[in-house]
Design a protein around this ligand. Structure first.
Ligand SMILES: Nc1ncnc2c1ncn2[C@@H]1O[C@H](COP(=O)(O)OP(=O)(O)O)[C@@H](O)[C@H]1O
Ligand SMILES: [Mg+2]
Length: 565
């Protein structure tokens, strides 16, 4: 039942857009404001960033374009006298500010109730030392680590744990200040940087190369819990989730691994007493079912925005309602309008998230990817197969790529090094390596990318190879009558191959380039030529068959239509 005493709520946002804390928090904040409006609660927003949706007319009832700092927030509280405050919709900025307001006794002074996840639970997840202790209480494994406050402590901790280690700053996001150290020298440099971001630095054993898996979990105040989405990083542990290609749902986990990590996530969220949404990040040993919990973010995060769009489950909206006191069983899923919020979405499609970098903007910037974020955005693609979603996504990142193959040539000095030391061009380096004959095992040893994903990459390269074997067709264009040409195009081998290429995400232009049409005509014309052949052959997206299907199976078709677009 909703807490009736709440009539005015203060929402803290994430402030200026920056790497690791960008538009995703505008989305989560706007969703929370929508939930408050639906409940007729007066919303007060503190957000200095006018370039946001949430500060637009009519989204929040009152907006203060003030910095999210305790001194400014206190003055707003003094003036507005809100009954409650929401802390987990504004990234790390809102979370850290909320903890400070609590520790300074400002919330208590004005009788402001923290809605949703209690501050102690936030502190338990952000303070790396406390976090390990809390999970120890329920026998959940974390990575061997020591929380340090001085450089000397860091040096001692690294000696105790043994190199390689990773340094991670507490109360930070986007991996700010984190980095790997293989020796004492690197450790001192990294420690200097980490302490510039946070008073507490964690020295931790490096588990580079393990798999990285995430679960988005929601819990209400009646202890009802569901996992809304699980996601698998294509890039191994060591590359920040924000820098990784991510797939939802996970593709390489066994059923027992999937359910083991799901059950652990629910156990953790219950023990920490989270009310609302959180994400649990795991390291999973690729050779066994051994696992470690890397961190729990007790707030809406970049990955929860992705999970919401991937599953159609409005995480931020539901989390805000849970903060107001509702139970999961009392809420409808605002997207499906039919299902209840106490329902775990089941996906019969694949979602691929691909980061977008803009490193060429900065001179002298290191392009290597690591445990701290450099990406400035991300795209999400949906497909029936991993290959289809991947190629669609690669076309969308706006770097002039057409997919996993048939892109303009990229120059790479040393392929093996480029595979081992990933940069923002990683996926295209893998494509080139496969093209010049690197095998799956070789690439796996250099990248630690799971063999399942590499086999799927190889499948795309194979289809491309087969298309190239039909490039003789291009020599007939312009020399042969259309009817004669159609005979070749209508050959069952070519028709099946064309169909397979489309199912696995090839654009018409990629097919045209593989067939060698590009030498005869413009890119656009080449793509349109293949498109016209497909039309002739009836190789068309399922959406074009909806009308006939609709007549036969009205109910299913409705769902099908939704999931295709
Ligand atoms: N012990 C570790 N060994 C190897 N990689 C790690 C380890 N801990 C974290 N990482 C990597 O660093 C990234 C950032 O760490 P994380 O704790 O998630 O920081 P943030 O709060 O910035 O998300 C993770 O996504 C993971 O890939
Ligand atoms: Mg993280």
């Amino acid at each position: 039942m909703m807490n009736k005493k709440i009539n005015k709520v203060l929402l803290l946002c994430s402030g200026a857009l920056k790497i690791g804390q960008a538009g995703e928090f505008d989305y989560s904040g706007a969703q929370a404001l929508k939930a408050l409006k639906e409940e007729g609660i007066h919303s007060v927003l503190i957000n200095p960033n006018i370039a946001t949706v949430q500060t637009s007319e009519g989204v929040a009832d009152t907006v203060y374009f003030q910095p999210v700092r305790t001194d400014f927030v206190e003055r707003v509280i003094e003036k507005e006298r809100p009954d409650g405050i929401l802390l987990s919709f504004g990234g790390q900025t809102a979370l850290n500010c909320g903890v400070e307001l609590y520790e300074k006794g400002i919330l208590e002074k004005y009788g402001v109730e923290v809605l949703g996840t209690p501050v102690q639970a936030i502190i338990d997840t952000e303070d790396r030392d406390l976090f390990v202790k809390r999970l120890d209480e329920i026998g959940v494994k974390t990575i061997k680590s020591e929380a340090c406050g001085t450089i000397e402590e860091v040096q001692q901790a690294a000696r105790d744990l043994g190199f390689p280690v990773i340094l991670r700053a507490a109360y930070a996001l986007g991996g700010l200040g984190s980095g790997f150290c293989d020796n004492e020298q690197e450790l001192l440099v990294q420690a200097e940087e980490a302490f510039s971001f946070s008073p507490q630095v964690l020295v931790e054993k490096s588990l580079k190369g393990w798999k990285e898996i995430e679960y988005e979990v929601v819990r209400d105040r009646y202890d009802n819990c569901i996992t809304v989405c699980n996601m698998e990083n294509l890039d191994p542990l060591g590359i920040h989730t924000g820098e990784s290609i991510v797939v939802a749902p996970s593709q390489t986990l066994s059923n027992s691994e999937y359910h083991k990590l799901r059950a652990l996530a629910i156990k953790i969220i219950r023990h920490l007493g989270i009310v609302g949404e959180c994400n649990v990040q795991y390291a999973l040993d690729p050779r066994s079912e051994d696992y470690r919990v890397i961190e729990v973010n007790a707030r809406l995060s970049r990955s929860s925005a992705l999970a919401s769009k991937a599953t159609g489950y409005p995480l931020a909206f539901v989390a805000a309602k849970l903060g107001l006191g509702y139970g999961l069983f009392e809420l409808k899923n605002a997207v499906t309008k039919t299902t209840n919020a106490f329902f775990e979405p089941a996906l019969d499609y694949v979602v691929v998230k691909i980061p977008r970098w803009d490193l060429t903007k900065f001179h002298g910037v290191k392009r290597e990817l690591g445990s701290s974020m450099k990406s400035v955005g991300e795209v999400m693609a949906i497909g029936r197969t991993f290959e289809e979603a991947l190629q669609k996504g690669l076309r969308m990142i706006g770097q002039g790529m057409h997919g996993f193959v048939e892109n303009h040539e990229i120059k790479i000095e040393n392929i093996a090094t480029a595979l081992h030391e990933p940069t923002d061009m990683r996926v295209f380096v893998v494509s080139k390596a496969m093209k010049i004959g690197y095998g799956i095992e070789q690439i796996h040893q250099l990248t630690k990318i799971d063999r399942w994903f590499l086999q799927k990459f190889k499948h795309i390269v194979n289809i491309d190879q087969q298309l190239k074997e039909f490039s003789f067709i291009s020599t007939f264009i312009g020399t042969m009558e259309k009817t004669e040409l159609l005979e070749y195009i209508e050959s069952p081998e070519f028709v099946n191959l064309l169909h397979e290429a489309k199912v696995y995400g090839f654009s018409d232009f990629q097919i045209a380039r593989a067939l060698g049409l590009e030498v005869l005509m413009s890119m656009e014309k080449a793509g349109l030529t293949v498109r016209s052949w497909r039309k002739e052959l009836g190789i068309l997206p399922i959406v074009n068959q909806i009308d006939t299907l609709a007549a036969e199976y009205p109910a299913q078709t409705n769902y099908l239509y939704m999931s295709y677009l």
